[in-house]
Ligand binder design. Sequence first.
Ligand code: MRU
Length: 367
Amino acid sequence: MLEDLLSRLDRLKEFLTIKPLYYDLNTNEFVWIDTRQLPWNEVYIRTKDYNRVARAIKDMEIRGAPAIGVTAAFGLTLAAVHSKAKRAEELMNEIKEAYGVLAATRPTAYNLFWALDRTWRAAQRAFEVENDADAIREAVLREAFTIYVEDVENNVNMGRNGAKLIDNGDRIVTHCNTGSLATAGFGTALGVIRYAWHEGKSIKVYADETRPLLQGARLTVWELKKDGIPVTLIVDGASGLLFRRGMADLAIVGADRITLSGHVANKIGTYNLALAANANGKEFYVAAPTSTIQPVVGEDSIVIEERSPDEVKTVLGRLTITVDDVEAWNPAFDITPPELVSGIITEKGVARRPYEKTLKEIIGLTE
Ligand code: MRU
């Protein structure tokens, strides 16, 4: 039943050197690499329980906007496939409950809500047309698998589109982790960097360490080293000096949510990087699939996740770096305004200012 999707996936296998997450069709389990344990241990976890999947998102075993979306869709699949419900109505109620649990995991990544809605709509269609529990199970699995395969395809297309903006010899600053480990495979901003490298361009990456959870130091460096792409690790505050001294040519980052006006929510520190690039006359690009674009204008709808102050007061919970009772503020994301964004690289092309016009064209929203 999924042969067409499996063959689409097979055509992408050269890009899937790291398989961060997948659905095991033999056992009906969802499988993922626990990114919290990287780069020290490569541990894969598997489950049949959507509540466990929700915990994996909440605790950031799985993170990165596209990866969160794909995972949530497979979470709904587990809820449907392993439900004992015989009647279609009963099954729909259980899927709806799972939807609520998965939607409450993390608030910022738009892909989470986009993927849950898309999978839920597939269940509703099957319910309305066939009113049969097994038909709903099949529809949910198929939709989640489609979202998964499309995510890898989109990343490769985004890579191809974005690599045109990278010149031979470019030195690129990136923030957080936007690679295979943040998606269904290959990556967004890191996918663009990877694509340029595979085209034979000689490039060098500066990876922000990305305080407080160190996705840059732990995950981006791990991925780039595996590919043999030259990488230098820097602290988040170093990019200003880097650009000022002419040591970097451009910045490329991913996004958790982009609105039609071109406001970009991404890992905390992204805005500072954009300011540093712009102040020094350098391009600042964002790479994200259209599933990250929320069809609203402005930044008011963007919910910024605030995480535990302990993440700031310690290094990964292992070493306390401050005075015990100090107050700490830990917003996990920030918002970069459109005037600092040189272009938004998507699987359908590169959008330029004015974003309200170009993003609407890209996602097919007509007036
Ligand atoms: O808190 P995280 O690790 O989920 O944040 C991830 C990011 O901010 C990424 O840059 C973003 O999701 C784009 S990933 C392709």
